[in-house]
Write a protein that binds this ligand. Structure first.
Ligand code: SF4
Ligand code: SF4
Length: 184
């Protein structure tokens, strides 16, 4: 079974109960870094149509990742369109894993026009800021500027000492030659 893919309903809280402490910390650190560097994460790439994110899905409802069938039933009362997500088991932390019955054998969505917002918005940057990551085989990637990147860029803008010294020596050498040739 692949890594479960978190999907949050619109308006759901960012920090669901399914987040481990490490993931919560990672998410907070990423937000802090983006804020300090003023460089939000960027979504790059394109969908490789692998269908991977339509299997092994974690669902969030009213700010909580689903753990119990009762939560799932309560969700369906308000969102009957989500009956497409079928309970397929539990992950290592006891959260419900779902798969979607609209996924075709060709790995394409058979209800593309009617797919819910959580599918339309996937993958969103909020996954990154929740400390999550995308599947390794996903065609998208999150591109973020790290503190190391920022430091290296800043160093790169500084004048190179050896280069500046070489220019000075070259100027001095030219001046000496002109004097020797009697030029003003
Ligand atoms: S509705 Fe379509 S896009 Fe959404 S999980 Fe199902 S197959 Fe994937
Ligand atoms: S896992 Fe990534 S590449 Fe695969 S279908 Fe989902 S968005 Fe597209």
């Amino acid at each position: 079974m692949g890594c479960p893919q978190p999907r949050a309903f619109p308006g759901g809280a960012f920090s669901g109960a399914g987040m481990s402490c490490l993931r919560l910390f990672t998410g907070l650190f990423r937000r802090f870094r983006s804020m300090v560097l003023r460089r939000p994460v960027r979504l790059a790439g394109q969908c490789a149509l692998c269908g991977g994110c339509c299997r092994n899905i974690l669902l969030m409802y009213e700010g909580k990742w689903l753990r119990r069938p009762g939560q799932y039933r309560a969700m369906l009362e308000h969102l009957p369109n989500y009956a497409r997500f079928e309970h397929a088991g539990y992950d290592d932390y006891g959260f419900m894993i779902f798969t979607c019955n609209r996924l075709g054998e060709d790995n394409l969505c058979s209800d593309y026009e009617g797919r819910p917002p959580l599918c339309r918005n996937y993958p969103s940057e909020s996954i990154y800021y929740q400390g999550g990551r995308l599947r390794r085989d996903c065609g998208y990637t999150f591109e973020a500027v790290t503190f190391r990147d920022a430091i290296l860029r800043r160093l790169g803008r500084r004048p190179d000492f050896a280069q500046e010294l070489g220019k000075e020596l070259h100027r001095a050498d030219n001046g000496r030659k002109k004097k020797e040739d009697g030029q003003p």
